[in-house]
Design a protein around this ligand. Structure first.
Ligand SMILES: C[S@@+](CC[C@H](N)C(=O)[O-])C[C@H]1O[C@@H](n2cnc3c(N)ncnc32)[C@H](O)[C@@H]1O
Length: 232
C-alpha cells in the first residue's frame, strides 16, 4: 500500500512538473481562463442537481478536498460564505493560493490522512472530484468517515469515483495491464476505483443518507459516478 508520504511526494512532483495537466490531463497546455471555467460549470451542475433532488444545503462553509489549483474551490467561493481547499501536495497549495482571486477562499496543506485540523459538525458542503480515484481504497473509505464527522447535520457530501473500467479498447487495456505499469504510464498517478454497490454500502454504514449516484459522463474508459449524500 502506498503510504501517504509517497502519495504526497508524487503529487508534489506532478504539481511542479505541470499542475494544470496533472489536474485535467486531457490537455498538456491549458489557458487559465478556460481551466477555471470548467470548474464554474461543474459546480453549477452540482448545485443544480442538488436542487433537482430538493436538497438545499446552507451556503455557509464548504470544503473542496484535493483542491489542486483551486479550480473548484474558487467556483464554490461564488456560492458559499467561506471555502477551504485542502490538498496533500504543497506545490498545489502554493499555486492555488497564487491563483486565488477570492477573499472568502483559503487553502490548507493536509498530510495526516484524516481531516483532524477541522472541527466536528462545522461544514455545510464537502466536495471532491477526481481525487479519491488516485488513492488506495482504505484512505478513501476513511476520508468519507471524516467528511461525515466534519459535516453539520443536514450537510451534504458530493464526490466522484470510478466504479470499474468500461469495455472500450482503453478500458479493456486498463483491465488487462498490471497496475504498476499503468501507474508508470500515468507518471505516478495511481487509479483505485471502488464498485458502486460498495461505495453506497459504506456511505450508509457511515450514517449518510444516499440522495443519488449520477453517472459521470466525463470519463469514457471508466464507469464513474458522482455520489450525493446528506448527514441526517
Ligand atoms: C487530479 S487532481 C484534481 C484537483 C481538483 N479536485 C480539480 O478537479 O480541479 C487530484 C488532486 O488530489 C490531491 N490529492 C491526492 N491525494 C490526496 C490526499 N490524500 N489528500 C488530499 N489531497 C490529495 C492531489 O495533490 C491533486 O491536487
Amino acid at each position: 500500500m502506498t503510504d501517504l508520504n509517497t502519495l504526497g511526494e508524487t503529487w508534489d512532483k506532478l504539481g511542479k512538473y505541470n499542475a494544470f495537466w496533472a489536474v485535467l490531463s486531457d490537455k498538456k497546455q491549458w489557458n487559465e481562463k478556460e481551466f477555471f471555467e470548467t470548474g464554474r460549470k461543474e459546480i453549477k451542475q452540482v448545485l443544480d442537481n442538488l436542487k433537482k433532488h430538493k436538497v438545499t444545503p446552507s451556503h455557509g462553509k464548504a470544503m473542496d478536498f484535493g483542491c489542486g489549483l483551486g479550480r473548484l474551490t474558487q467556483a464554490l467561493g461564488k456560492y458559499f460564505d467561506e471555502v477551504v481547499g485542502v490538498d496533500i501536495a504543497s506545490s498545489m497549495i502554493k499555486q492555488a493560493t497564487d491563483l486565488n482571486k477570492l477573499k472568502n477562499v483559503s487553502f490548507k496543506h493536509v498530510t495526516s490522512g484524516d481531516l483532524a485540523p477541522f472541527k466536528t459538525g462545522t461544514f455545510d458542503l464537502v466536495f471532491t472530484d477526481i481525487v479519491f480515484q488516485h488513492m488506495e481504497n482504505e484512505y478513501t473509505l476513511h476520508y468519507i468517515e471524516e467528511m461525515h464527522r466534519i459535516l453539520k447535520r443536514g450537510g451534504v457530501l458530493v464526490f466522484q469515483l470510478p466504479s470499474e473500467p468500461t469495455n472500450t479498447w482503453k478500458g479493456l487495456l486498463i483491465k488487462g495491464l498490471p497496475d504498476n505499469m499503468l501507474t508508470y504510464l500515468r507518471k505516478g498517478m495511481e487509479m483505485h476505483p471502488i464498485r458502486k454497490d460498495k461505495v453506497i454500502q459504506h456511505l450508509q454504514d457511515t450514517g449518510f443518507n444516499v440522495i443519488t449516484a449520477e453517472h459521470d459522463s466525463n470519463h469514457k474508459h471508466w464507469d464513474a459516478y458522482f455520489y450525493y449524500a446528506s448527514k441526517t
